[in-house]
Design a protein. Structure first.
Length: 223
């Protein structure tokens, strides 16, 4: 099936795109929603300004649409972005958020599209191990939960990081996949990337108990 992939540049949407390709879907384009506020209910905001680099690395055309980020209103913005696309379905990286998946499902139903959610219901540790094992290079770009500190910003997700996340889960009950906003991520390289993203400059923005890594300079380079 010809599909569009909702992507933020984070690990879940990127891995969902990869699985969709593995399952025989033809990804026609990346669709990126650009929220004007950090606390969007639906969409990833941290470093979304780099989504063009993601699309270039993936070798896919991109459709970008701004949204105010207000609850429910942003859904109409998504619906407008998807309406009229020459696709039969929409791929999303929803894993455990019923709020997110139910709304994407509803929009797809209204537009006559299939909702493709290859990560839905997956166990977080198993999913992270798959992402690591498949060769995805993922960097943590935001943290907002007890147990995290500024040192997590910019850290790559590998087996050592996974072990530390499991410990935080035991101590503080964080969601291992960051599904509740505990942490945000950015994919720098993936098996289907033709090129990779190189971060040249970044600054840590820390606000007492939470913060993010603002990437100020990045480029696409050959692998």
């Amino acid at each position: 099936m010809r599909v569009a992939a909702l992507c933020s540049g984070g690990k879940d949407s990127c891995y969902a795109l990869w699985l969709a390709v593995q399952r025989g879907h033809e990804v026609a384009q990346v669709v990126a929603m650009l929220p004007k506020r950090e606390d969007s209910w639906m969409f990833h905001a941290i470093n979304i300004h780099l989504i063009d680099l993601f699309a270039e690395c993936a070798g896919l055309p991109i459709i970008k649409a701004e949204t105010g980020g207000a609850r429910e209103e942003e859904l109409e913005d998504l619906k407008r972005a998807l309406r009229g696309l020459d696709v039969g379905g929409v791929v999303s990286g929803a894993v455990a958020s019923t709020y997110q998946k139910s709304r994407i499902d509803r929009i797809c139903e209204e537009l006559g599209l299939a909702s493709v959610a290859p990560l839905w219901g997956r166990e977080p540790v198993e999913l992270l191990r798959e992402i690591i094992g498949a060769g995805f290079e993922v960097m943590i770009t935001g943290v907002a939960a007890q147990g995290f500190d500024e040192g997590w910003l910019g850290r790559k997700i590998d087996e050592d990081t996974l072990r530390d996340l499991i410990e935080l889960n035991k101590k503080h009950g964080i969601n291992l996949g960051g599904e509740g906003g505990e942490y945000e991520s950015m994919v720098l390289d993936a098996p289907f990337f033709r090129k990779r993203i190189e971060v040249l400059g970044a600054e840590r923005v820390w606000r007492g108990t939470y913060g993010h890594l603002l990437i100020t300079n990045a480029r696409v380079r050959e692998k």
